[in-house]
Design a protein around this ligand. Structure first.
Ligand code: MV4
Length: 447
């Protein structure tokens, strides 16, 4: 096991990783910007290093500062968390060049999955179902028209460097395609400095369902079931649940088996998430994330597996003891992302939290880095914390969620808690009948 891990992140995920390290007997190094001098992740770490000014590019993304912090403190590994440098293959390479273990998959796997065309081609060969569309890159408008003719309209033009919805355009007809292709390509060039494009059949009403995996990098991998993350706004997840209300046990075992077999064959190392669109009983791969995700706790709640501890153990080359037959799914879990934002227009609302009283009790978890008197700085995302509840079944989970939201007090900043109170009592949410467009339509109807 490692002696000391440097956590290259902030906020709730930095604390989450610290807690896993503590339980494994591993010392922790926090890094922070000058805006985070009073942050909880700094206070609770064994050591801390200030790595720069507030702007992420100067601190949490500052690779030389992070490597120097490792060398000064003698840390033997870096956990990148999510966001920031977590899916930066060059950073993973630099870590290994300095003899620092990057807690995550190989730089090659990060690079591969970062290229959405290469990722799709790879997983397709390994037996994962993908969205019908172009065979790799589409280089010209003429080629785009030909692909669309074959797959049928509407089609979606996507950026190889994309993800998160940028550089993506729908074309409903052949007349609309040239403009959609040109603007998607221009957007992609501007956003990523790369204009390699590919095309897919546009799915109209899918759910977003993602499968959590763990691999040992040597040919063994398991899945931990799925999460339904369909409730999103502008490609930001708002509420997630596990298991998906749309799947039964045999569908779960089938897609989980396909995914874990592919991940094992790739010799994938660490935690990963394979994302699908799910429509009319069929799964279609869209992307793979090579990091721990914000919503990982709901999978922990229904499996009892500490995903972050498993990441660290795998990276430290501890033999993976978990086998698929050891994984039991128990009950239901829901996560609400409590943001410092206006509950209906989502304007960020940084500032001082005068008082916070999170809910507690049986089946309730609040992962957060804030405290009463904490000042939420304006430089980073507006996540205050994640409310995660577990119940023996979905109904019990929803009852517990409503009870927890009723207990929650946050004074000083506006939060998204009122939105969650509405969602937790909405008949369509209670029935579990929603897709990727449900939340935006709901919010449009309010306005
Ligand atoms: C799609 C799609 C429909 N058809 N692909 C959006 C972000 C990127 N990660 C994939 N995305 C989509 N890909 C095909 N072939 C619709 C979306 C999409 C979406 C996906 C998941 C969650 C929310 C979404 C919101 C809008 C569009």
């Amino acid at each position: 096991m490692f002696d000391k891990v440097l956590i290259a992140n902030r906020g709730e995920i930095a604390l989450r990783i610290q807690r896993a390290c503590r339980e494994l007997g591993v010392k922790t190094v926090a890094v922070h910007s000058t805006a985070d001098n009073d942050a909880m992740h700094v206070r609770l770490a064994d050591e801390s290093v200030c790595i720069g000014p507030p702007k992420p590019a100067d601190s949490y993304l500052n690779i030389p500062a992070l490597i120097a912090a490792c060398e000064i403190t003698g840390a033997d590994a870096i956990h990148p968390g999510y966001g920031f440098l977590s899916e930066n293959a060059r950073f993973a390479d630099i870590c290994s060049e300095h003899g620092i273990k990057f807690i995550g998959p190989s730089a090659e796997h990060i690079r591969l999955m970062g290229d959405k065309i290469a990722a799709k081609e790879t997983v397709k060969k390994l037996g994962i179902p993908v969205v019908p569309g172009s065979d790799g890159e589409v280089k010209t408008e003429a080629e785009a028209l030909k692909v669309a003719e074959e797959t049928g309209y509407p089609v979606l033009i996507k950026a190889a460097a994309g993800g998160g919805g940028r550089g993506m355009k729908v074309a409903a007809t052949a007349e609309a395609l040239p403009h959609a292709f040109a603007t998607a390509r221009a957007e992609s060039k501007a956003a990523f400095g790369d204009d390699a494009m590919y095309m897919e059949k546009y799915l109209g009403q899918p759910r977003h369902i993602e499968v959590q995996v763990l691999g040992d990098g040597k040919g063994h991998a398991i899945h931990l079931g799925e999460r339904d993350c369909s409730l999103q706004r502008r490609h930001q997840k708002v509420l997630e649940e596990a298991p998906s209300p749309a799947l039964n046990n045999s569908q779960r075992a089938e897609i989980g088996g396909i995914v874990s077999k592919a991940i094992a064959e790739m010799h994938y190392e660490g935690a990963g998430t394979v994302e699908f669109l799910y429509e009319n009983g069929e799964f279609f791969f869209i992307e793979m994330n090579t990091r721990v995700q914000v919503e990982h706790p709901i999978t922990e709640m229904i499996t009892g597996i500490n995903i972050v501890a498993e990441q660290i153990r795998i990276a430290a080359d501890v033999p993976m003891r978990l086998k698929q037959e050891d994984i039991r799914f128990t009950g239901h879990s829901i996560e609400c992302r409590i943001n410092a934002e206006h509950p209906t227009n989502f304007m960020p609302c940084p500032g001082r939290i005068n008082n916070i009283h999170p809910p507690g009790g049986f089946g309730v978890r609040f992962d957060s880095g804030v405290y009463s008197g904490y000042f939420i700085p304006p430089y980073y995302d507006s996540l205050i914390g994640k409310l995660i509840v577990h119940g023996l079944n979905r109904n019990e989970c929803l009852m517990r969620l409503r009870r927890s939201l009723d207990e929650f007090v946050i004074d000083g900043v506006e939060t998204t808690i009122p939105l969650f109170r509405e969602l937790a009592t909405h008949p369509e949410i209670i029935d579990g009948v929603y897709n990727i467009h449900w939340l935006e339509k709901y919010l449009d109807n309010l306005a």
